[in-house]
Design a protein around this ligand. Structure first.
Ligand SMILES: Cc1cc2nc3c(=O)[nH]c(=O)nc-3n(C[C@H](O)[C@H](O)[C@H](O)COP(=O)(O)O)c2cc1C
Length: 310
């Protein structure tokens, strides 16, 4: 059988498939299929230093055939509780765990990373994914992820205290991701995750107002795949040595192959897994069938093969 092993910098994973942060419950999915057979890593829901109830209802809208909108916010128990009670549940499946972190100031990011890796349960964490879509309290509420300077500052601060590879998740809600990615890499990021949700809205025509309490939220699902691929291709062309993890609208093995050919070493699946938890085993089968048909022993020959040469 062909090997689905992939590398992201110094880390090796048995499969290029991961869940997207916030759209996965390891216990529930493990009742559907053995996670270790179809997933290379498990990415935790983003945790913040303090517990948070998230945003007010209504905070999700299903968009039939398109995906969904969410403005859940970073709801969670906070890092201390997450390390104590959630991390052991994520690390229970024989699959490497990626910790996803957000905070609202540079100091809070830095202190959180120190706190995480001092914890006795932290030895299972293989990589840290930074979710920089959180409002920056020192920049009038705009997100860290939309300013190259802030990305440099926060990634530098985290890198100095982070003992595991550091992945930076990029927001597409900017004019160009390239200067942001460049600063993340200059500050020491070991990988880029592209992309977080795309800003979107929905109107409830009976109530004659926006459906989401926050008016706008993050759009995810099938319709964002071309947008995610666009960003991945731009990143792969500009930073050919950088590991990229693709995310956005992935539903099938063919979608995954597109992301690999666009330069990704791995991919994450979110919204589709809500609809079909078996997407991971079914994509795994599809990848193996493609590799057999193409006579591929491993994924290496296709990673980045569709990136235009500069
Ligand atoms: C309900 C929901 C919750 C999410 N929560 C997070 C989160 O906590 N942290 C994060 O970095 N991204 C979060 N995301 C974004 C996803 O990780 C992913 O970037 C996005 O949904 C695009 O992938 P998809 O089209 O496969 O869902 C969330 C997405 C959804 C739909």
């Amino acid at each position: 059988m062909s090997s689905l092993v992939t590398t992201i910098g110094e880390l090796t994973f048995n499969s290029p498939l991961m869940n997207a942060s916030g759209a996965f419950n390891p216990e529930a999915f493990a009742r559907c299929f053995p996670l270790a057979e179809s997933m290379g890593a498990l990415v935790m829901k983003t945790l913040t230093p303090e517990s948070s109830k998230g945003n007010a209802q209504q905070r999700t809208v299903a968009l039939p055939a398109l995906g969904m909108l969410n403005s859940i916010g970073l709801q969670g128990k906070g890092i201390a509780q997450g390390l104590e009670s959630e991390l052991p549940a994520w690390s229970n499946h024989g699959v490497p765990v990626v910790f996803s972190l957000s905070a609202s100031s540079v100091e809070a990011f830095e202190q959180a990373v120190v706190q995480i890796f001092q914890h006795r349960n932290a030895s299972v964490i293989q990589a840290l994914e930074l979710n920089l879509s959180c409002p920056n309290v020192h920049a009038g509420g705009s997100s860290f992820g939309s300013s190259p300077d802030w990305v440099n500052t926060v990634v530098s601060a985290v890198k100095a205290v982070c003992p595991v590879p550091l992945w930076v998740k990029l927001t597409p809600n900017v004019t160009s991701v390239l200067p942001i990615a460049e600063q993340a890499l200059l500050a020491g990021a070991d990988g880029l995750v592209a992309i977080n949700t795309v800003l979107g809205s929905h109107i409830d025509v009976r109530r004659k107002k926006a459906s989401l309490s926050r008016v706008s939220g993050g759009y995810s699902g099938v319709g964002m795949k071309p947008i995610a691929l666009h960003h991945v291709l731009q990143l792969a062309q500009a930073f050919p040595q950088t590991p990229i993890i693709g995310v956005g609208g992935i539903q099938s093995a063919t979608d995954v192959i597109e992301f690999l050919m666009a330069g990704c070493s791995a991919v994450q699946i979110g919204t589709q897994a809500f609809r079909n938890p078996w997407v991971f085993p079914s994509v795994t089968k599809g990848l193996q069938a493609f590799m057999k048909a193409e006579g591929l022993e491993n994924l290496q020959p296709i990673i980045g093969c569709a990136v235009p040469k500069i």
